[in-house]
Design a protein around this ligand. Sequence first.
Ligand code: SAH
Length: 278
Amino acid sequence: MIRMMVGVLVIAAGIGSCGKGPRPDRMPPSPKPLQATETEAGKSIPESSLSKGMAETNSWPKPRTDERITDRCEMVRVIRDLYGVRDEKVLAAMEAVPRHWFVPEGQKANAYDDRPLPIGYEQTISQPLIVAFMTDLLELSADQKVLEIGTGSGYQAAILYEFTSQVYSIEIVRPLAERTIGVLKQHGYDSIRVKIGDGYQGWAEYAPYDAIIVTCAPDHIPPALKQQLRPGGRMVIPVDDSDSGQDLILIRKDADGNFRLESKMPVRFVPMTRERGS
Ligand code: SAH
């Protein structure tokens, strides 16, 4: 209850609790066109032309705390000013979700650093910029259903939960999934559904999905994920080509079930592993 009340305060303050900085329409254009490549501090990433405003109702209770709000504000400032992510709803989500809840004890001090962090079991929580960028590409709205492959720390799932209450996520490493299910429950994300298993197969039971986000890298696009994407849906997935490395790909499925692929930027994710025998 206390947590929710704090949340109301934060929501009331909106993204304004960090201050907005220069308005997006007054910012200089991103120095690079849509195929930006770098992700280090100071380099711009492409501003998604796909982002939409926050018109829809988005009224389910969301966990909140103002702990470490200053750190989150600084993280959001970097994502916005240094990298050029402009979507207000994405920035508000990054401001609202406490990243420090999702990292192991030994990494809490670094939780808002502009880099990926180890989360145990040889896995990592993605760099905040990548989380923001991929979320933006999904164009989620409140009535939509989203599937994540690679729950990891649960942070990306919590960011998705800012956009829709219908979040499904699959993690293959059982002890990591069990720890993360505990963390999600502890902080009030009970309605995010996590399955322990091989995400290569998707989650047919709840398909189709309006959006699919894959946070581990397979060497091809899993056919089941293409099939479980709703016509009109978007999938964002890092695909590993042994010659050229990983490429973040945005896939759109049109009303006739045809796919359009767009390469977004080079990335580095942990590999998608497979269950034996699958
Ligand atoms: N989205 C996560 C990032 C985790 S890193 C976060 O916000 O923290 C990628 C995760 O994908 C790892 O936890 C890894 O165990 C998981 N993974 C790898 N192959 C998988 C598969 N086939 N199915 C489901 N999860 C997988």
